[in-house]
Design a binder for this molecule. Structure first.
Ligand code: SER
Length: 315
């Protein structure tokens, strides 16, 4: 079951899991106001599951005999700053509800952490797997807590919790909402629409990023991994590419030479971006469960532009 199945990652994760395990084996959990639509709705079963309501989680787990929960419910970093209590309620109280149901019904749980779980005093280059985590955003505070609580449930109760620290995820199906790395998605839409892109992040600001097919592969591969090989659990650094705005701009310009970009730096996004790693070291994920991304900036750009050109009216 995927909780948050209509969100940026959840929507594609649900379809990928259905492809691999069969449509009827994968339940799309959703909340009121964010119901599955189109292919997501037509392709398989769905259940109303609100992380803030433990009964709704338990009812779906019991009714559909769920063995694995992908917990994709979250507020992203920028929007969380404007609603810190809600971010905590979804991220931590919600996780607590899920873990309790998982403990009672024997479910495995995947709850993503993030590059946002690091802070200004973390080493920014080749950020180690095990290092200082003092984030200054509520998003980061909730992600560190997520990691600790997930590990606690594993050690204390044997709940099979596993997670990765996702970089900014770039995709062309469902838009992200309110993240610091969203610019690296928005820039492709502007390019294909023939619009000038106004970049909210300063030149020279490096952040880890990943194309959606690799992100889905990371989540599923980790959940399928042999537990005997896992030294770490919550949560693995996973890296695919790291770039600054001028580099993604240049990669797009190679294919769309008329594309233009200017900077109008958003102080909150910039402060958050500056506090995150430039690039993470993902050696442990590679060693413990054979993590290996397929896409780099060039191959991702080619695929993003091709998919968006087919879907969007060109400007
Ligand atoms: N994409 C997320 C954000 O920007 C980072 O995990 O909030």
């Amino acid at each position: 079951m995927i909780i948050g199945s209509t969100g940026q990652i959840g929507s594609e994760l649900t379809m990928e899991l259905r492809k691999r395990y069969g449509n009827d084996s994968v339940i799309a959990g959703y909340i009121t106001g964010a119901e599955p639509q189109g292919e997501l709705k037509e392709s398989g079963p769905a259940a109303l599951v609100d992380v803030t309501d433990r009964n709704s989680i338990e009812a779906a787990v019991t009714q559909h005999s769920i063995d694995t929960i992908y917990n994709m419910a979250a507020l992203l970093s920028v929007v969380a700053e404007s609603k810190p209590q809600l971010a905590w309620k979804i991220g931590i109280d919600g996780l607590w509800n899920i873990l309790e149901v998982a403990r009672q019904h024997g479910c495995a749980v995947f709850t993503p952490s993030s590059i946002g779980s690091f802070g200004p005093d973390t080493p920014h280059a080749n950020t180690p797997q095990d290092t200082v985590q003092h984030p200054q955003t509520i998003y980061g505070v909730s992600k560190v807590t997520t990691e600790l609580l997930s590990n606690y449930y594993y050690h204390r109760y044997g709940v099979d919790t596993r997670a990765v620290r996702f970089p900014g995820i770039i995709s062309n199906v469902t838009a992200p909402g309110g993240g610091t790395t969203d610019y690296a998605v928005d820039i492709y839409y502007a390019a294909v629409r023939g619009e000038k892109f106004v970049c909210p992040i300063k030149e020279g600001t490096y952040m880890d990023m990943m194309y959606m097919p690799d992100a889905l592969d990371a989540a599923i591969r980790l959940m399928e991994a042999d537990p005997a090989r896992l030294v770490h659990r919550n949560a693995f650094n996973v890296a695919a590419m790291s770039f600054a705005p001028e580099q993604i701009y240049a990669a797009i310009r190679k294919q769309l030479p008329a594309f233009e970009m200017e900077y109008n730096v958003d102080p909150l996004k910039q402060e958050i971006a500056d506090s995150w790693p430039d690039c993470m070291d993902d050696t442990c994920a590679r060693q413990e469960w054979d993590w290996k991304p397929k896409y780099n900036l060039e191959t991702m750009t080619a695929d993003m532009l091709e998919k968006l050109k087919a879907r969007l009216p060109e400007g």
